[in-house]
Design a protein. Structure first.
Length: 273
């Protein structure tokens, strides 16, 4: 089985513009995150999927400088961008039996071992699942998002998903229809659930301040520091944990609770003014 891992990235962000270009340990955030994804043994071919908009020429240029494969597609229809990236890649592949991995660019602290565990579960159970993630339900700290799907499932969603949230977020048509698709989930092996209490993703300035501080503390000694290293640091430095703790549990689900069948109110937190 061929694995295509897609990191979706763009400059346009209403809450934190240019977040993928913010500096981390001397390089743009997107470059640092790509290092972590590329370190995963099961990631296969890694592609940065950005948009065709002129403002994202900068991302294409960054990919060229960092020797990252770049695909450019639809600015807002993420489902189409992922599908077209997969089709584009398949044209140069000798093996049409592919799985597509979706990892958003707002996960610069993602642990390569978590990526390997989710993809490895999909590979070990080849033919049993159409879609596997560590998000339904989520247990890992937010910011370790890994979704794996067969090309057939991605193509089905691309053809049939019609709601705006299904096009914008790529995979809801798949995971919100468990009667149609065979859905698998990988839980955190510790048995703990930090999905609503620990936030390692980036959407607000406080998130960047948190992530930058973690990098400043851990990167010099161990560039590919993992989840255990971060949690050990936070156990000692509660001041770092507090930097963005007010956003823990806040995610995009909060805007669509009346539209999603498999998401309940306890899966997100409403951000209070």
């Amino acid at each position: 089985m061929n694995i295509l891992t897609i990191i979706q990235a763009r400059r346009g962000s209403s809450r934190l513009p240019d977040k993928v270009l913010l500096p981390l340990a001397g390089k743009p955030l997107l470059a640092r995150m790509a290092e972590r994804v590329l370190a995963a043994r099961n990631a296969g071919t890694v592609v940065v999927a950005t948009t065709t908009e002129a403002q994202d020429d900068v991302i294409a240029g960054l990919c060229e400088r960092e020797n990252l494969t770049c695909f450019r597609g639809h600015p807002t229809d993420l489902l189409d961008r992922h599908y077209q990236a997969a089709v584009w890649w398949m044209q140069s592949s000798d093996n049409p039996d592919i799985a597509v991995v979706k990892i958003p660019s707002d996960c610069p602290l993602i642990d390569p071992q978590v990526i390997d565990r989710v993809i490895g579960f999909f590979i070990d159970n080849a033919g049993k699942y159409d879609y596997v993630s560590n998000l339904h339900p989520a247990t890992y700290p937010d910011g370790n998002d890994v979704e794996v799907m067969t090309f057939r499932a991605l193509e089905d969603a691309w053809k049939n998903a019609g709601r705006p949230l299904e096009r914008e977020h790529t995979t809801p048509y798949i995971w919100d229809n468990p009667e149609k698709f065979r859905i698998g989930n990988v839980a955190w092996e510790t048995g703990k659930d930090f999905s609503m209490s620990h936030r390692f993703s980036i959407d607000y300035k406080e998130d960047y301040d948190f992530i930058k501080t973690v990098y400043d503390e851990l990167y010099p000694q161990h560039p590919l520091f993992g989840l255990d290293n971060i949690l050990a640091l936070l156990d000692k430095r509660h001041d770092i944990f507090a930097i963005n703790s007010k956003f823990a549990g806040v995610n995009w689900y909060r805007h669509h609770l009346d539209e999603l069948k498999t998401i309940r109110p306890e899966h997100t937190r409403i951000l209070k003014p």
